[in-house]
Write a protein that binds this ligand. Structure first.
Ligand SMILES: [Zn+2]
Length: 91
């Protein structure tokens, strides 16, 4: 199983404050709400499936919402999974 995910934050993610999670990385994440560590603090987060028709047929995109974190366009977000613990860094 994959244990790290990195993504450059896009304009839509900044506008709606989420991180897009590629479908192939979904198995890395819990199916329910979980917590992520950043700078020694814990943040509540959740992945939501969103219907999309950017290409047909209609399909789902997966958005990671983290309470208290601001996603800024152009920054690089990295999530690491170690044991059962998730950590986030944004560069
Ligand atoms: Zn789409």
């Amino acid at each position: 199983m994959k244990d790290s995910y990195r993504r450059k934050i896009g304009i839509e993610e900044e506008a709606e404050n989420f991180l897009f999670i590629s479908k192939i990385y979904l198995p890395m994440f819990p199916k329910k709400k979980f917590r992520i560590n950043k700078d020694k603090k814990k943040f509540d987060c959740e992945i939501k499936a969103v219907l999309c028709s950017c290409v047909l047929p209609e399909h789902r995109h997966y958005h990671l919402y983290i309470k208290g974190i601001k996603f800024k366009k152009g920054r690089l977000a990295e999530i690491h999974l170690k044991g059962k613990s998730y950590s986030l860094s944004i560069k």
